[in-house]
Design a protein around this ligand. Structure first.
Ligand code: RTP
Length: 152
């Protein structure tokens, strides 16, 4: 099933360790995706725990919360530019950022391979399903208009 939008995040490792790369990363994203809305924020621990609630039993959970609250993040609502019935934004963004784990990402032409520095500090987030995308978009952009994204 395809979905027109996804929630993407540029994670704190970029803003803290590689701030000079922010501009070129955004240019790369805009070459393939429309950024309908975005905002640079700092997540509180409570926000991060809510966002990653489903990961609370994972062994890396504490490390993930600490990492995601270490510096600014840039959540964005994206739409794949060549979107049609067979090209959904969720899959195209996840393909563009690449796999979660560093060693695998390094072997591929993808954003995490280029910028990520560990399994946790992997620089980018992407929703995993339509249900997740809707929930995550509303989490960061409660007024996002799914029917009229150009108004956002
Ligand atoms: P995301 O939800 O951020 O797109 O990540 P994902 O599906 O690629 O990966 P997931 O397994 O859902 O994990 C969420 C985030 O937790 C961090 N992580 N650290 N072994 C580790 O230390 C480890 N594994 C995952 C990453 O920041 C990952 O994106």
């Amino acid at each position: 099933m395809s979905f027109r939008f996804t929630l993407a995040i540029i994670k704190p490792d970029i803003f803290v360790k590689q701030p000079n790369n922010v501009k070129s990363i955004i240019e790369k994203i805009e070459s393939r995706f429309i950024i309908h809305t975005s905002k640079q924020i700092n997540l509180s621990i409570q926000d991060a725990e809510q966002f990653y609630h489903d990961h609370r039993e994972k062994f890396f959970y504490e490390r993930l919360i600490s990492f995601m609250t270490r510096g600014p993040i840039l959540p964005m609502v994206l739409e794949y530019k060549n979107n049609d019935q067979n090209n959904d934004t969720i899959k195209n963004w996840r393909d563009f950022i690449g796999p979660t784990h560093r060693e695998k990402a390094k072997t591929m032409n993808c954003l995490r391979g280029e910028y990520g520095t560990s399994d946790t500090r992997n620089s980018f987030h992407g929703s995993g399903s339509e249900e997740e995308a809707k929930k995550e978009i509303v989490f960061f952009f409660p007024k996002f208009d799914f029917n009229n994204p150009k108004s956002n």
